[in-house]
Structures are given as C-alpha cells and as structure tokens.
Design a protein around this ligand. Structure first.
Ligand code: DAH
Length: 347
C-alpha cells in the first residue's frame, strides 16, 4: 500500500512522541527533562524540522498535519508530567520506607542563662524586697556633686584618692560607688524611704580582687525614729538569708569612717564556711568583711533638705562581686567578665 507524503509526515510526527518518551525515561531531574523537551519542540528541534516540510504538502492535507503536530506537543508535555509524577511518587515511597526511630532523644537546644552576677543581684534584691525595700536607680555617669559633694566628701578629702575616680569632664565622673543614688532618692521622695540601689560602679583599680568596673548594692532607710539597731537587724537578717542556710550567722560592726555616715562602720558577717571557727577563707578570724554602713550624717540630710531633727536613717553599701565570690567560691574577680563558658556554665 502506498503512503502519501502527508501520511509519512504524520507518522514521523507520531514517532517523535515515542522517541521523546524514550529519551526522558532514564532522566531523573526536571531540568534535564526540560532541556530535552526544548530540543524536541524548539526552533531547531525535531518537531520544527518535520513541520518545515508542511509547505510541500497539498493545502487540503495541512490541517491533518497541524493536528498531528499538536498531538505530539501534548504528548511530549504529558510525558514530562508523567515522568515527574513518577519520580515524586518514588521519592515519597522511599521516604515512607525509611525507618525513623521516634524514641530517639531530640538534639539538645543550646540555651543560655542569666550571668552569675545577675542571678546574685536578683537574689539580693529579692531578700530586701521581702523586707519592704523598693529598688532605686541612678546614672552611672554622675555629677561630682551627687557622687562626692552632697555625701560630705569635699574636693580635698582623702576619700577621693581612696576611690580613684574616672573623670568624664569637669564635675562629671563615672560614679565610684552607688551612694549617689541615696542623694537622688532623697531629692525625689520625702521620707519614709526604704530602698536598695544595685548597680555598676567604676574605679581606677585592677588586680585579682579589683576590677575597674564592678557592682555594688546600696541601702537607705530614712524615717522618724530609725536607729542603729535597725541597721543591725536588717543586716543580720540579710546575712542569714543570703549566706546562712541553717541560720545562726552574726553581724559585727567595726568603727570606721565614711564621710556621709556618723557613726560609720565596717560590716563583717560570721564566716559562712567555718561558722566562725576560723578557716582559710576568713584568714582564721571567723569573720568576713562585707561592706560599709552607718547612720546618715546630718550634713547629708542638709544637702537634700531633710530635717535631721525630725528624721534619722541608716545606709549601707556592699560589693556584689565579693558576695558572689564568697557564696560560690569564685577565686578571681576577672572570671566574671571574661565570658568563658567553662566558668559561666557552672552557675
Ligand atoms: N560607698 C562606700 C564605698 O563604696 C560604701 C558605703 C559605706 C556605703 C558606708 C554606705 C555606707 O552607704 O553607709 O566604699
């Protein structure tokens, strides 16, 4: 049976669909399939080459060839879709076949925690909050007046050498202690006052037990009839809450001099390690030095306009790093600031 050129062309087109399906059968990625699809259908592709023969055919036959060309294009697109679907099915089947042990523990998520000094600061504040103290704050960059003058520490006072000061400008310093918060609090609020002021302070000091930046917690109570025994009671309660565990720690005052309190004292707590028997930590004395304290000096009340004939008060200041060192047996103050995880993770 003779085939016409038209029939020959049509069967050539129909064959191309089969050739295409064979060409993409071994391929397993979509990009390669699309490239092959372009080879067949593009301007220089096999389908176009066949279609160039269209001009030689009788007009009446051309629609049949056009139909065949469309059939091939559809078949090629359908072959790609089918192959992609088959690959996706195979991937899903492989996923489902893979054995997953749902009882395995999950990978741990690395979480941070509060720095030891922050933990201790929160703990200190909590203990005083239980006694009804509020938290007060003040600026770290402070005026000379709030830091020294109002606290009865005049320009030529030796206390200013003791506290080697960073000057930011004339009359502006990095606060050397948290005591200026006393002044700001008394300026802002009439008595009764009962605050603690934790915060960072700065001194030109640098060795195993001193850092140029460290933290203190200041306390101030002002009211009618506040007495020295109130100071002792508050600090004794604090010593036992913070270090005590089983309680029984005592507080010892040694006469000392701070210009803004009168009388002024150095505060010692019974050594919590040996319970006063004497050990390496307390250098055999049974006592641990913890800070300074005293009754607010009438000169300080005068500086902030509080009548010292009506009101009395006590104040205290303690180093937070030192307390954390004693509580957690930290040997070097620098460990707090180095950010070494081997240290930080222990707390
Ligand atoms: N501000 C003092 C210091 O940094 C500590 C201090 C002593 C604070 C006696 C007080 C106090 O409130 O009454 O050395």
């Amino acid at each position: 049976m003779d085939t016409t050129p038209t029939d020959a062309l049509i069967s050539q087109l129909d064959r191309l669909a089969g050739e295409f399906a064979a060409a993409i059968a071994p391929l397993d990625d979509e990009q390669a399939m699309r490239a092959t699809q372009a080879q067949f259908l593009g301007k220089k592709g096999q389908v176009s080459a066949v279609m160039k023969e269209l001009g030689k055919l009788p007009l009446a036959d051309r629609p049949r060839v056009g139909e065949a060309a469309n059939r091939v294009k559809d078949a090629i697109a359908a072959a790609v879709d089918a192959r992609l679907a088959a690959l996706a099915d195979a991937r899903r089947a492989a996923d489902l076949a893979r054995k997953v042990d749902l009882t395995l523990p999950a990978r741990p998520v690395a979480t941070g925690h509060l720095h030891l000094l922050t933990q201790v600061r929160f703990e200190l504040v909590d203990i005083f909050a239980e006694l009804g103290f509020a938290v007060a704050e003040g600026p770290q960059i402070e005026t000379d007046w709030h830091t020294f003058e109002a606290l009865a520490i005049p320009k030529d006072h030796p206390a200013r050498d003791m506290q080697d000061t960073f000057y930011v400008a004339d009359e502006i310093v990095l606060r050397t202690h948290t005591s200026p918060v006393q002044i700001r609090t008394m300026q802002a609020h009439p008595p009764p006052i009962r605050i603690v002021a934790p915060g960072v302070v700065y001194r030109r000091d640098d060795d195993a037990t001193h850092s140029p930046m460290f933290s203190q917690i200041e306390g101030l109570v002002v009211d009618r009839g506040i007495r020295f025994s109130d100071l002792k009671g508050v600090l004794t309660h604090f010593a036992n809450r913070f270090f005590g565990g089983s309680g029984g720690l005592d507080v010892r005052f040694r006469p000392s001099y701070f210009p803004f309190v009168e009388p002024g004292v150095e505060v010692d707590f019974t050594c919590a390690f040996c319970r006063g028997k004497g050990c390496r930590l307390c250098k055999g004395t049974g006592w641990i030095e913890i800070g300074g304290a005293g009754m607010v000096d009438p000169d300080v009340f005068a500086a902030v306009g509080i009548d010292s004939e009506v009101y009395t008060g006590f104040a205290f200041g303690m180093g937070i790093e030192r307390m954390a060192m004693l509580r957690h047996n930290v040997s070097d103050i620098k460990l707090y600031y180095e950010g070494d995880l081997r240290f930080l993770r222990q707390f």
